[in-house]
Design a protein around this ligand. Structure first.
Ligand SMILES: [Zn+2]
Length: 226
């Protein structure tokens, strides 16, 4: 750190650097932030998480792209690209246990000089965000914003580790869920019926009704074309 290597572009302070210069000279930087540096993100991490201070790595890259101006000329405009990878522990809304949510974010921003300019900016590209740059730009704040925006709407395990049937159905129904349409003999000791307990088939759960609604909703629209 005693010597500057001009080629490497030098280090930036991710809390305060000139993002316009960063863009115009096409610089790159990379680093890491911990959840403990992101207070609003830390709020989302449950107290009983195995690790409340996980790490995110980031890469930032500045660039310019020619853009058509109001006066018909083209001018190079500043852009920032951000890649963000890591994981944070969140509370599963299904079983209320903590689980590790991974984040893989790639974003591109058009940098503008003021809020006014940002509001006037014609948004014709969904994937491009417009942000207000600064000579004291706080990349860590942007990183936190992106993470918060990327939080799942309903955080949950893909498969919860320990959801008990009794919690879902409200009944310890070993036999309750075995009814099917052509089962006339209810007293059968058929060994195959043991398997049915694990299936989704007759399990009364809160989503079953919703699923049924969805299926019922799809009416035959192709029948009457007139
Ligand atoms: Zn869960």
């Amino acid at each position: 750190m005693s010597q500057h290597s001009g080629k490497a572009g030098g280090l930036i302070d991710p809390h305060a650097f000139d993002v316009f210069e960063f863009a115009r000279s096409g610089r790159q930087a990379a680093g890491a932030v911990r959840v403990s540096q992101l207070p609003r993100m830390l709020n989302e991490v449950p107290a009983d998480a195995p690790d409340r201070d996980t790490l995110f790595t980031w890469q930032a890259e500045g660039a310019t792209q020619p853009e058509l101006q109001d006066d018909g000329t083209e001018a190079a405009q500043p852009y920032l690209r951000l890649a963000l990878h890591g994981a944070a522990w969140l509370e599963c809304q299904r079983c209320l246990a903590p689980y590790e949510q991974s984040f893989d974010i790639e974003a591109a921003y058009r940098l503008v000089a003021s809020e006014e300019e940002a509001e006037e900016f014609p948004l014709d590209e969904d994937e491009l965000e417009v942000i207000v740059g600064s000579r004291q730009f706080d990349l860590v704040a942007l990183i936190e914003e992106e993470l918060l925006l990327s939080l799942p709407l309903v955080p949950k395990h893909d498969v919860c580790p320990q959801v008990h049937e009794s919690l879902v159905s409200g009944a310890a129904g070993e036999h309750a869920s075995d009814l099917s349409e052509d089962e006339s003999e209810s007293d059968s000791e058929d060994p195959t019926s043991e398997v049915a307990g694990e299936g989704d088939a007759g399990k009364p759960n809160p989503f079953a009704a919703l699923e049924a609604l969805k299926r019922g909703g799809g009416e035959d629209e192709g029948g009457k074309k007139h």
